[in-house]
Each structure stands twice: as structure tokens, then as C-alpha cells.
Design a protein around this ligand. Sequence first.
Ligand code: IPD
Length: 265
Amino acid sequence: TVSDVLPIAEAIARRAGAVVMEGLGRARQVRQKGAIDFVTEFDQRSEELIVSALQKEFPEHAILAEETGLHPRTGEYQWVVDPIDGTTNFAHGVPLFAISLGLLRGTVPVAGVVYDPLHEEMFSAALGRGATLNGRPIRVSSQTDLGQALLATGFAYDIRTNPRNNLAQFAQFQLRTQGVRRLGSAALDCAWTALGRLDGYWEFGIKPWDVAAGGLLVREAGGRTTSTAGDEDFISPGTIIVSNGLLHEQILRVLREGDAAPLPQ
Ligand code: IPD
């Protein structure tokens, strides 16, 4: 079953976490991918470890990894790998980043782990089997009032050039919630929503490796994950909303109506 892959994926994420921790406080940017998008040596080393370990354990599974792209296979399963989600935080020494390993069957996430090596928090989930933090079951929050909710968001690396850069939506949610955080790790935004630290998270311009594992964590913790258009498939559109489920329609409404959406009383 899909839950059988979890202990293996967790062990690989822990090994990658050890590599990443070596680099904290001394990571240098080795390659510039865009104006504000870059890679460190530790993204590369973490990815090498993860890809070779997955290939050894699951020789028939394809792998899509942030830094090295697609390692194709003919089967229906594909791992999507973010060797460091939160690279900008990591490179600045901001203690918030994670390793994310998601397993898709087609476009459907069926297993995932998000590991925060600094706080030693291992989030994992398998389709139909629930979500856990360090082995204990977790559940989304029970908040029903958007005005009292704490949300997170993020901004894609093309923020300087893409007109749909999320700044207008950021302002709209900031006025209609208890607060909006920009943590810098989409995988942890999702994992923390699954745990109930956050009530929800949205972002445009997200990549499969940022959210494949996290989106499943939220579903398995009793919440809801869709694209920003409200579709169940959040992998191909490249946009995401995760929530405790109770707030999902209210979040969709703000995205749909913008400044016209109702303000809290
Ligand atoms: C980034 C982070 C960030 C999000 C960006 C992602 P990376 O991933 O998840 O929070 O706002 O859209 O690209 O580049 O650190 O793996």
C-alpha cells in the first residue's frame, strides 16, 4: 500500500535534513536562476542524496526534482522533490525551511513527507491514512470565522514582472483576517495548516515540488486543498489554497471578489 513508502521517504528526508543542517549559516549562492531566485550548494547536495536514494528504493518510479528536473520512467508513480523548500530563508540563516517529498499517481498526491530538520518536525501522510507529526495524528483547526483566522501566503520569483503577483490579494486578506504571514516555505505553510497552527494558505505561481506533499497533508488532516480556482487538481494549475475546510469557501470568495468581498464586522 502507499503507506508502506512513508517510513522509507521519512528516512530519506532525515538524511537530506542532516546535509542541509551542515549548510545552515554557511551557505553560499552558487547559481542564479532568476533576479531573486538562486540555488545553494546544499540544495544540490540534498537533491543528489534524495534522487539517488529514491532511485535505489523505487527503481520503477519517476522523479521530478527542483534542481535537476525530470528523471523519467514508464510507470504511473512520480516523486516530486524539493531538496530545500525555503532556500531564501536558508541562505540568509532564517530558521524556517524544509525538505519535501511527495508521491503522485498521475496527478493525484498519494503520499508525502515534509521534514523541518531544525525543529525536528516530521510531517507525513498517505492517501486515506491520515496525517501525522512525529508519528502522532494531527488535525486542522476548527476556526470558522475568517476575521479571526491566521493565514499564510507566498510570492513567486517572478513578482517583479508578473502582473498577477499576489500583492493586491495580500492586502485584501490582511484586512479580512487576524493576519497574513509570509513564512517563505510553501511546504511548511501547508504542514502548519494541517497541524492547525495556521488556518489556511494560498499562493499563485507555485511549483509541484513546493506543495505536492503539503497539499496531501492538509487533506489527510481533515482540511481541503484546491487550486485558487477551486479545482481538486492543484498540481497542474500551479496555484493552491489549503485550509481547514471550514474557511475554504470564504477564502475562495475573497480571491474571486477582491476588494468587493465583505470586511469583518
Ligand atoms: C519557495 C518557497 C516560498 C514560495 C515560493 C517557492 P523554494 O520555494 O516555498 O515560500 O513563496 O513560491 O518557490 O524556492 O524555496 O524551494
